[in-house]
Write a protein that binds this ligand. Structure first.
Ligand code: 13P
Length: 231
């Protein structure tokens, strides 16, 4: 199975997200049973988006971009894993945006992954070289079954810059991650992925898919990525 995962970050309100579905519906990308297409949305879009996806029987699965590291309780403003369980099957944790802007630590990320798994949601764990070993160690310390996760190598220099890294270098790090998790889970690449370069990453022997930021927002570009891999 190959994965194309979109991450909208803090973009698109519900109305805009429904227009996005209409556009994808009109473009008719070549969805394929061997490619899992997942879109990680802002919390506020998920319920409405799911309804429309179901009405149109569109083969896209939704995910969230973050979850509280705390269990349900007196934590004003927090969205916990049990709340998400009714809405999504996947959730990104440990994105470099959150490490940088919200001081998230590897320990917090491991707590989030644990709560997600307890609620049958697959954590999509983002990694970069400076904290790769530390993060995986934290997951093992919290007894997390890494075979129930998806991992993404997202080198920060390539995120949102239009400058992807060399696919061979990405594959090298994917192999490093694979070794640490005993080859137990899919490993994706993220960072300036486009329809022009997606195949060069996914054709590497240890890269099982991509996490796409900027080009997931524009239906035409996202559909081109799906079509590029489907061919
Ligand atoms: P870009 O595709 O915009 O580089 O973003 C990558 C990313 O951060 C996905 O999570």
């Amino acid at each position: 199975m190959k994965y194309i995962i979109g991450n909208w970050k803090s973009n698109q309100n519900l109305t805009e997200s429904l227009v996005w579905i209409d556009s994808i519906q009109a473009i008719k990308p070549r969805f394929n049973k061997d490619i899992s297409v997942i879109l990680c949305l802002p919390f506020t879009d998920i319920a409405g988006f799911n309804h429309k996806l179901a009405d149109l029987e569109m083969p896209i699965t939704t995910g969230a971009q973050n979850v509280s590291h705390l269990a349900p309780g007196k934590h004003t403003g927090e969205i916990n894993a049990a709340m998400l369980a009714e809405l999504v099957s996947f959730c990104i944790v440990g994105h470099s945006d959150r490490r940088r802007e919200f001081a998230e630590t590897s320990e917090m990320v491991a707590k989030k992954a644990r709560l997600l798994l307890e609620n049958s949601i697959t954590p999509i764990v983002c990694l970069d070289l400076p904290y790769l070993d530390e993060q995986i160690k934290e997951l093992f310390q919290k007894n997390i079954d890494v075979s129930r996760c998806i991992f993404v190598y997202e080198p920060i220099a390539a995120v949102g810059t239009g400058r992807p890294i060399d696919p061979v270098d990405a594959n090298h790090t994917a192999n490093q991650i694979s070794f640490l998790i005993d080859n137990a889970a899919p490993i994706l690449y993220g960072g300036s992925v486009t329809s022009d370069n997606v195949k060069s990453f996914v054709s590497q022997n240890r890269i099982d898919g991509v996490l796409v930021g900027t080009d997931s927002l524009e239906p035409t570009l996202f559909a081109e990525i799906i079509n590029s891999l489907g061919n």
